[in-house]
Design a protein around this ligand. Structure first.
Ligand code: HEM
Length: 455
């Protein structure tokens, strides 16, 4: 495992700053590469400079931390040193004022902790049948054979599942079209311009603000209905309705709406991308697909796909986590440096951004042998290449590690257990590349597969 920071001498602003990757232009630094090919730029930065590598994007210093040792520092730094809030300000108009990245650090942590109530333990048992039910419903009109864009399919499917588990059955069954429209306008507002100024008076941002208000009213109506009827659901919405902060105050409808949207944003596309890549990798590696199918046939047979059944399928679990290693949907994470930070003889100045990249971190050959090869057994004993702390970071790590990882894995296992019980699949069309155009990297479309009912 690589643990040293290269001190290769590339141009940098002062001798205490980390080495900077070559190729910057006067005034704009690496801005063009950052916009056109950020993954190529990060790869080059690591190759030239090592574990702690400098970039200059416009007028901003950015420092990329890669490799387990540097990643450990990144993820263990406290919020008052490396802060997410400043780096994710473009989410504030979507989530709402006072919610998550616009709340004080203490309030933000309290809000995030509330999510745990709905994402752990007993609640998973309740979600498992919903996952299966939603897959069954999504393939109800598939017939004997056909071709689908599998990424389209997983986006719709995980959209329904997330709506069902987070917003509740009423949203899922009674407000599907209304909800899809507002959610679409919220999602469409996450464009590069939003990083620069999310409040510019442009139509996309106006549509976002209208959608956020509309969703707030929908939540208020439903809240009143639930309170009047005295009935609750077993969903995140109800958890947030019943919750209170440590000072005893209840969450306002505005905060409940924001938390629901934040959870949807965190969990929806990340899960749909992962399900799609798992399918693509398994179809490109028929031997691995056969192992998954054998496991599902042997361990599950015709059993109901409940929580226990889904929890115990480890070959499938490893295939998903290996797809996630090669194709981490959140391929670049960011924080702003709130106070000068010393590491490895360098000073990272206040105001710089620090980046971590699950994508680049997972390509390090000394950690993951033949890193670009899809090889789920690398995650099994005796190899356990992910056992080195802070090496496997698809779900982040440390204090802000993903809270929905169990939810996501269970959901994706339910998708495969249900689909592979009924159908065989094959790739249909050209090889599929990754689209790094958005915050979440997914397969380029079309991403077609052919299915046939299993004999
Ligand atoms: C395969 C699917 C998923 C992937 C790859 C993923 C990845 C990540 C990563 C990398 C982070 C850390 C971000 C950072 O450090 O800046 C994160 C945080 C988070 N994720 Fe996920 N996620 C997934 C699914 C979900 C789901 C389904 C939910 C909710 C149901 C969720 C909720 C969260 C939350 C609330 C955080 C913030 C934790 C904090 O800041 O304390 N994620 N996720």
């Amino acid at each position: 495992m690589s643990s040293t920071t290269s001190t290769a001498s590339f141009p940098h602003t002062n001798p205490w700053n980390p080495p900077r990757v070559s190729g910057g232009l006067p005034g704009i630094g690496h801005l063009v590469d950052f916009v056109r090919d950020v993954t190529g730029l990060m790869r080059r930065a690591r190759a030239e400079c090592g574990d702690i590598a400098g970039l200059r994007v416009g007028n901003k210093d950015m420092i990329l931390f890669t490799g387990p040792r540097a990643q450990e520092r990144y993820f263990r730094a406290s919020d008052d040193v490396f802060s997410q809030r400043e780096a994710y300000q473009m989410m504030v108009p979507v989530f709402g004022q006072g919610v998550v990245y616009d709340a004080t650090p203490e309030r933000m942590n309290e809000q995030l902790k509330l999510l745990l109530l709905a994402l752990q333990g007993p609640r998973m048992k309740h979600y498992a049948p919903i996952f299966t039910e939603e897959v069954e419903r999504s393939v109800a009109d598939w017939g004997e054979s056909g071709v689908v864009d599998f990424y389209d399919f997983t986006q719709k499917l995980t959209g329904y599942t997330s709506t069902h588990c987070f917003f509740g059955a009423e949203f899922r069954h009674e407000m599907t079209d209304e909800f899809s429209a507002v959610y679409h306008d919220l999602e469409r507002s996450i464009i590069p311009l939003a990083y620069i100024n999310p409040n510019l008076p442009i139509p996309t941002f106006r549509a976002r603000d209208r959608a956020r208000n509309k969703l707030g009213s929908m939540i208020e109506d439903l809240l009143a209905r639930r309170r009047a009827a005295g009935t609750g659901g077993t969903d995140l919405f109800q958890t947030l309705m019943d919750a209170s902060y440590s000072d005893g105050t209840r969450l306002s409808p505005h905060e409940i709406t924001g938390m629901l949207v934040a959870t949807m944003f965190a969990g929806h596309h990340t899960s749909s991308v992962t399900a799609a890549w798992t399918m693509i990798e398994l179809l490109q590696h028929p031997h691995e697909m056969q192992r998954v199918v054998d496991e599902l046939d042997t361990k599950l047979g015709d059993r109901p796909l409940d929580y226990r059944a889904l929890r115990d399928i480890e070959v499938t679990d490893r295939a998903i986590r290996e797809a996630l290693r090669i194709h981490p949907p959140l391929y670049m994470l960011a924080r702003e440096v709130l106070q000068d930070y010393n590491t490895d003889g360098f000073v990272i100045p206040k105001g710089a951004w620090v980046l971590a990249s699950p994508l680049i971190g997972h390509e390090i050959e000394t950690v993951f042998a033949n890193a670009t090869q899809f090889d789920p057994d690398r995650l099994a004993e005796p190899r356990r290449e992910d056992a080195c702390p802070y090496s496997y970071i698809s779900f982040g790590a440390g204090r802000h590690k993903c809270m929905g990882n169990n939810f996501a894995l269970l959901q994706i296992k339910a998708i495969f257990a249900t689909l592979l019980r009924k159908y065989t699949f094959e790739l249909y069309g050209d090889p599929i590349r990754t689209d790094f155009g958005g915050m979440v990297a997914g397969p380029e479309q079309p991403c077609r597969v052919r299915y046939r009912v299993r004999r």
